[in-house]
Design a protein around this ligand. Structure first.
Ligand SMILES: Cc1cc2nc3c(=O)[nH]c(=O)nc-3n(C[C@H](O)[C@H](O)[C@H](O)COP(=O)(O)OP(=O)(O)OC[C@H]3O[C@@H](n4cnc5c(N)ncnc54)[C@H](O)[C@@H]3O)c2cc1C
Length: 595
């Protein structure tokens, strides 16, 4: 068994990931990544890596439990605008090890941050710029990956530790002809990371479709039937592992917890796997897709009605989005190409990182090239779909649902869900389209180009308790953006809006801030706006996650209004405090949001 550095009395040993050759210079290089991105400059992307003994800059945690691997590692998120190195990181072999780490951390005044693929945009795990913080990162990916499928009961279930990657989970399910209705697009997210933020895909029922038993049109969190979390036990004055059934008191706060908990294992219900066809179009105009409500023709809603699963990716200053439409197709349509693996759009995520970085840097250097950059991105998609014959693909669900790999343009994103009724989807999209187009033009007239990535629009259902098979009184996740509104039963869908841009783009925060204000005010009359936890929100004109009104009032109210007293934002906050009175599972952002 691996021994901790503390026990062995040595500084952390080099792992295979340690780069002796590049060592210190690489660390220093990475250390500058966050600062550089913030200042509007991109650096070559490097995955997080372990740091060797010679470079160990932070003092070794005192008395770290023996037998649990401990090392220093850089933390760097997807957009590379949160980069902290070095950070003490451990790799527990078992959930019991996690508990041991938590009790040690409490005694020593450390925070415990579970860490998955580090793909999150919002600083839920660690604040940018922290220096040798008293935090132990717990890497769940290394050992907490056990998975087992149970096909004997109704519904069928899968029990998995939370460090498993989504692709591995879905591959395991596929082997038993099981799957999910929809899921996040990257496969290298951990299950724990996806559940923390109510991970979702895009799916509502097409006209006349009934839900496959065991599935949901809501988030992955709505599939949870039971979970095991590390919680404070007053009787023993220790952190312990506790398993919660879906209806147990407190479970509703843990289903989506925004990083204020540590979940080690979950049991999810799953449905019979489906073959999905994914057709792409690049000849439909934004004007027709995002036309006013009631329009005929190729509207976003027309595709929802015919297939239920739609995404548009619309590059700035271009007339035609990349439209993706998934439909359930038990047999292969004769025009479709069969796919047996995920990630089939190699033209968008199979490019050498240095090339996409160079392209992005060129846009940062000369923002007036943004319209051309948008057009280039569109042309790459249009040509790529043809050249790779992927405009019409068909296969088991995961092979069309997973389509993003890390080798793609590293952008940042804002993210919101507009909870409204299905009848209002087209209106919500059209109003966004009109607002966004006008804003883009107004900035352009001033010579400013804050948005150089696409607008992405998807639509899901909500986390309906009735989707949970055979558990009457199942609560919905209290902190999920997809929580239904009991006072508005007619609000049955969420329209998800994201706008992407390269980190460090001038005027981006100002633009994002104006969009956020517009969203809250525009949709108030027929819906409710909630933030997408993993992305950008709470904008001031200079930064995300920093507007005191959003963090202290608007966001809490979005999960308080219309919910029963004793089953709302405040309940979730109190429950998470009860389970973690030492606030081990917190960060500066969470201390502000959920104080
Ligand atoms: C390119 C890209 C595309 C994306 N597409 C989608 C999408 O289609 N749909 C969608 O919903 N999201 C999407 N996301 C967001 C993504 O789902 C979240 O950022 C997710 O949290 C990342 O998982 P991770 O394993 O990287 O977690 P991390 O970034 O490592 O962690 C995220 C949060 O989860 C917490 N966490 C991790 N493991 C545990 C655990 N075991 N117990 C408790 N807390 C834990 C962490 O502490 C942190 O607070 C996308 C992200 C990227 C970069």
């Amino acid at each position: 068994m691996a021994r901790s550095t503390q026990e062995s009395g040595k500084t952390p040993s080099h792992s295979p990931e340690t780069t002796e050759a590049t060592g210190l210079s690489r660390r220093k290089f990475l250390g500058g990544a966050g600062k550089a991105a913030a200042a509007g400059a991109l650096v070559g992307w490097l995955p997080a890596f372990r740091i060797g003994a010679a470079e160990a800059a932070c003092s070794t945690p005192t008395g770290f439990p023996s037998g649990i691997t401990l090392y220093q590692q850089a933390y760097i998120n997807w957009a590379r605008d949160i980069a902290v190195d070095p950070m003490w990181t451990c790799a527990p072999a078992t959930p019991a090890d996690v508990v041991t780490v938590c009790n040690w951390a409490r005694a020593q005044g450390y925070k415990v941050r579970p860490v998955g693929a580090m793909h999150n945009w919002s600083p839920l795990t660690v604040a940018p710029g922290a220096t040798c913080p008293n935090i132990i990162l717990v890497d769940t990916k290394q050992h907490l990956t056990a998975v087992s499928v149970n096909t004997s009961g109704t519904p069928k279930t899968v029990t998995a530790q939370t460090g498993i990657l989504m692709e591995a989970l879905l591959t395991t399910l596929e082997a038993s002809t099981l799957g999910v209705n929809a899921c996040p697009a990257p496969g290298d997210l951990t299950l724990g990371g996806a559940l923390a933020i109510d991970g979702h895909g895009t799916a509502i029922p097409k006209t006349g479709e009934t839900l496959v038993s065991g599935n949901t049109y809501g988030s992955l969190s709505n599939l949870i039937r039971s979970l095991t979390a590390v919680v404070w036990d007053t009787a023993s004055s220790q952190y312990v592992l506790r398993t919660f059934q879906r209806t147990d008191a407190g479970c509703a706060a843990l289903l989506t917890h925004v990083g204020r908990a540590f979940i080690t294992e979950v049991t999810l219900q799953v449905g019979t796997n489906q073959r999905l066809r994914c057709q792409s179009w690049f000849d439909k105009t934004a004007a027709e897709l995002f036309a006013p409500a009631g329009s005929s023709g190729n509207t976003f809603t027309s595709y929802l009605n015919s297939a239920g699963r739609v995404e548009t990716i619309w590059f700035p200053f271009t007339p035609k989005p990349w439209l993706k439409v998934w439909s359930i197709a038990p047999s292969k349509p004769w025009t479709s190409s069969q796919v047996n693996q995920p990630y089939n759009y190699s033209f968008s995520d199979g490019i050498d990182q240095s090339i996409v970085d160079a392209q992005a840097q060129a846009v940062l250097n000369d923002p007036t090239t943004t319209p051309n950059f948008g057009l280039t991105q569109y042309n790459v998609v249009a040509a790529g779909l043809v050249l790779t014959s992927t405009w019409d693909i068909w296969g088991w669900s995961k092979n069309t649902l997973l389509y993003i790999k890390p080798t793609t343009l590293r952008v940042t994103a804002n993210g919101y869900a507009v909870i409204t009724s299905r009848a209002n989807i087209q209106r919500a999209i059209n109003e966004f389209y009109v607002m966004y187009s006008a804003k883009l033009s107004a900035y352009q007239a001033l010579g400013q180009y804050p948005m150089n990535g696409p607008v992405e629009i998807r639509v899901t259902g909500l986390d309906r308790p009735s989707d949970v098979v055979g558990i009457s009184g199942a609560p919905s996740p209290q902190l999920s953006a997809l929580r239904p509104r009991p006072d508005h039963p007619e609000w049955d869908v969420a329209v998800w809006f994201d706008i992407l841009t390269i980190p460090g783009t001038l005027y981006a925060n100002q633009f994002y801030s104006e969009v956020e204000q517009w969203m809250y005010s525009n949709y108030a009359s027929y819906g409710s706006v909630r933030v997408e936890w993993s992305k950008g929100w709470g904008y001031t004109t200079s930064a995300a996650w920093s507007d005191p009104t959003a963090l202290g009032t608007t966001i809490p109210n979005s999960l308080r209004t219309g919910q029963a007293v004793g089953d709302n934002w405040d309940t979730a906050k109190a429950t998470l405090d009860l389970f973690d009175p030492a606030r081990l599972f917190s960060s500066p952002l969470l201390d502000t949001l959920l104080p």
